[in-house]
Design a protein around this ligand. Structure first.
Ligand SMILES: [Zn+2]
Length: 477
């Protein structure tokens, strides 16, 4: 280890010292382990969220003030993200690396590239050693990242196989989004919920039933009552009070798993989705919601500092987000996002309703919706900006088969999203001094933040597979 690769500490010295690094790891395995994964979350997502929060109170970030709990953890490191066959990973290969410590091809979960050798994830090894295990996600619970902690499949799209492996895991707590294909792709398989009952799982699908879950419940499948896009939780900025938050699911996991040693993985899955869609408000909203879950486990750590290890990381960056845009130069323009009140998904639903209600919709008809969703007053925009919106509106009205998203020029403008919503996402991003390079993932490294027993092992710059190996070591696996 040379000076460059030696661990570095970010952040305010005062706060870091106050939060403290627990005593060096001893031979005794750590009792409580939290693996917190922001899907698609690297430094830009964290920085944008921190900047946004700082500007709610004042004019920017200040030395010693770091609004996100994860940024305040005393140990900060950095990890690579590439997969076995791609410089830019997908979530399946990344989950395999984080969970089992093996590189594999994109699309594969806990198997080798040929789909022949199976890799055991840390959660399974822990369960075999008597740890109780919890898996929490804000996207469907059979999605690649949560699946990385209980399933072994050669293709991440095998949702039904993944969901049956979920039930076979015997893990004590699953919570968050529903499964995507409860009766299989062709709807001809045994119903997941019936199987869950025969396997001894208590299934909750309402806030009341969730609230009634008490310690002593043996195996729980707690599904969010609200099924948003892809059976996920709604974006945090769109969520009503019926929807259970990631922080609430995390707190319940602690309540139910406590009593013996446990391992819990918590994923903020829609940070990734919002960044695919280049939606700045939704990305920040879900990063903050994820950080609230980090705060929940950090509060638990404070009560059990010598027995708890928390690791916070991302599986890759999504969107190529950066802080800084040509139009805003060096300025701090993040306050422009305070006008965005809901996500592009909520906008899309209301836009579709307008089109249905009035088939001959004209641009002026959507101005109130643009104002209400993004806080943009179209009359106050520069003419070229208004023209971009009008062109996108015209494109949005085209029937799907005339949309031609494969046309490279149109793809660069809109990706495979609704043209008007995407143009608004870009416009409000630029007003806020943010910019995006892609509708996909990028290959940059991700920060790793840690606190607690054995946390010091996470300082430095290492491979994403090392995260699993370091955690296994701390747990004596
Ligand atoms: Zn991912």
């Amino acid at each position: 280890m040379n000076r460059l690769t030696k661990g570095f500490l970010l952040g305010a010295a005062g706060l870091t010292a106050a939060m403290g690094v627990a005593a060096p790891a001893q031979a005794k395995p750590v009792k409580y382990v939290f693996m917190m994964i922001g899907d698609g979350m690297a430094m830009p997502q964290r920085n944008a969220a921190a900047l946004y929060l700082a500007n709610l109170e004042g004019e920017g970030l200040k030395p010693g003030v770091m609004p996100l709990t994860m940024d305040n953890l005393p140990v900060q490191g950095m990890a690579t993200t590439y997969s076995a066959n791609a410089v830019i990973t997908d979530s399946a290969a990344a989950a395999t690396a984080l969970a089992s410590g093996h590189k594999t091809n994109s699309g594969v979960i806990n198997m080798d590239a040929e789909g022949k050798v199976k890799y055991a994830p840390i959660s399974k090894l822990a369960h075999d050693k008597g740890y109780r295990v919890g898996i929490v996600s804000s996207v469907s619970i059979d999605h690649a990242t949560p699946a990385g902690y209980y399933a072994q499949v050669e293709k991440r799209s095998k949702y039904y196989a993944i969901s049956t492996q979920l039930l076979d895991s015997g893990f004590e707590y699953f919570a968050g989004g529903a499964v995507k294909e409860p009766t299989g792709k062709k709807k001809d398989q045994a119903n997941f919920y019936d199987l869950a009952k025969t396997k001894g799982y208590t299934v909750t699908q309402s806030r009341d039933a969730f609230a009634a879950l008490k310690p002593g419940a043996k195996k729980v499948f707690a599904e969010n009552p609200v099924h948003a896009d892809g059976n996920a939780l709604p974006y945090a900025m769109d969520a009503g009070k019926d929807s259970i938050s990631l922080a609430e699911f995390t707190q319940k996991g602690i309540d139910l798993l406590q009593g013996g040693k446990f391992f819990m993985m918590v994923e903020g899955g829609k940070i990734d989705w919002s960044c695919h869609a280049n939606d700045p408000g939704a990305s920040i909203g879900d990063t903050v919601a994820f950080d609230r879950a980090v705060k929940v486990v950090y509060d638990f750590y404070k009560k059990h500092p010598n027995e708890t290890l928390i690791i916070v990381t991302g599986d890759h960056e999504t969107g190529g987000l950066s802080i800084g845009f040509a139009g805003t130069k060096y300025g701090n323009a993040i306050k422009a996002l305070q006008g965005q009140k809901s996500s592009y998904i909520a906008f899309g639903e209301k836009f579709a309703a307008l089109r249905k209600a009035k088939p001959e919709l004209v641009f002026d008809d959507v101005l109130p919706l643009i104002k209400e969703t993004y806080g943009l007053d179209v009359a106050a925009l520069a003419p070229y900006e208004a023209d971009m919106l009008k062109a996108a509106f015209a494109e949005s009205l085209l029937p799907e088969d005339q949309r031609d998203a494969k046309n490279p020029q149109k793809y660069l403008l809109y990706g495979e999203y609704d043209p008007l919503a995407m143009t608004l996402n870009h416009l409000v991003s630029h007003k806020a001094g943010l910019a995006w390079t892609t509708y996909s993932h990028t290959g940059v490294p991700v920060p790793v933040s840690a606190v607690g027993k054995g946390a010091e092992a996470f300082a430095g710059f290492y491979d994403n597979t090392d995260i699993a190996k370091k955690t296994m070591k701390a747990m004596g696996l």
